[in-house]
Design a protein around this ligand. Structure first.
Ligand SMILES: Nc1ccn([C@@H]2O[C@H](COP(=O)(O)OP(=O)(O)OP(=O)(O)O)[C@@H](O)[C@H]2O)c(=O)n1
Ligand SMILES: C[C@](O)(CO)[C@H](O)COP(=O)(O)O
Length: 237
């Protein structure tokens, strides 16, 4: 079986409020995106990598990937208007039957264990979506403005990778875009497929706001102490 990772890095990072999109900011000695590419490139399943980027960044990143000495090519794909369109652009380049993991570039603290689990489970069961239980109490606000408590045992926070057999995924992505498609699981579910959740990791955070960069810096330095910048002196755990 062939395995692919689609790393989506086509966003503008408006909530981060930085001039440079957040996936290109330096964290723990290298760009956020390079941490993410390396996590997949060196993972046990050795997937083919499709990197979705705004077109203006293609030349720079193809040079950076060459300098990194990757022996398997990282294929660059143009980003789209929404995350949905970025994923769709990458799917159009995959023609053979395969298992495809889709991952946010801005979740650089992803482990080999989770990547491997999702490929294995999706190959067997059609899809595998990484999620973690909610650590907070959860309330739903109703139309009248009042809120009701939900049972958090039934609430999971969805992460990436979201991994699928190619047939299921490519068929789902023929649907027209809808604003309710906030991730790949919601697109596939809309096409009538039941979604399988698999265990995620609180460390697999999505860098969204400035404070997330500090947490990611700490987590990445803990994961790769040899690559940590000098400013990180001692990391417990
Ligand atoms: N048109 C888009 C929008 C998002 N993404 C990617 O999807 C991932 C998750 O999206 P999010 O965190 O929302 O990133 P942005 O859309 O860049 O952020 P914001 O919503 O704050 O503008 C990111 O890696 C982002 O680069 C993408 O490839 N193409
Ligand atoms: C795909 C995702 O990261 C799963 O949690 C999330 O849905 C992305 O949402 P965003 O609105 O693009 O931040």
């Amino acid at each position: 079986m062939k395995y692919y990772a689609i790393i989506v890095a086509g966003g503008s990072g408006s909530r981060m409020g930085s001039e440079i999109p957040k996936q290109f900011l330096q964290v723990a000695g290298k760009p956020v995106l390079m941490h993410t590419i390396e996590a997949f490139y060196y993972s046990d399943f050795r997937p083919g990598i499709l990197l979705v980027l705004p077109s203006g960044h293609h030349d720079y990143w193809s040079r950076l990937c060459m300098q990194a000495g990757f022996t398997v090519p990282v294929t660059l794909v143009a980003g789209g208007e929404q995350r949905f369109h970025s994923v769709k652009n990458a799917l159009e380049t995959i023609t053979e039957e395969s298992v495809i993991a889709i991952h946010d570039a801005v979740r650089p603290v992803i482990s080999n264990k989770i990547i491997s689990n999702t490929f294995r489970i999706a190959e067997e069961g059609g899809n595998a979506i990484v999620a973690i239980p909610s650590k907070d109490s959860i309330r739903q606000v109703n139309a009248d403005g009042h809120s009701v408590a939900l049972d958090r045992k039934n609430i999971f926070l969805v992460q990436t990778p979201q991994t699928f057999r190619s047939g299921i995924l490519k068929a789902a992505y023929t649907q027209a875009f809808s604003p309710e498609f906030t991730d790949d699981a919601s697109v596939v579910e809309k096409s009538g497929i039941a979604i399988n959740l698999v265990e995620g990791d609180p460390d697999n955070l999505k860098i969204t706001f400035p404070g997330d960069l500090l947490i990611a810096e700490w987590l990445l330095a803990k994961k790769n102490p040899a690559q940590a910048p000098d400013s990180i002196i001692s990391i417990p755990g």
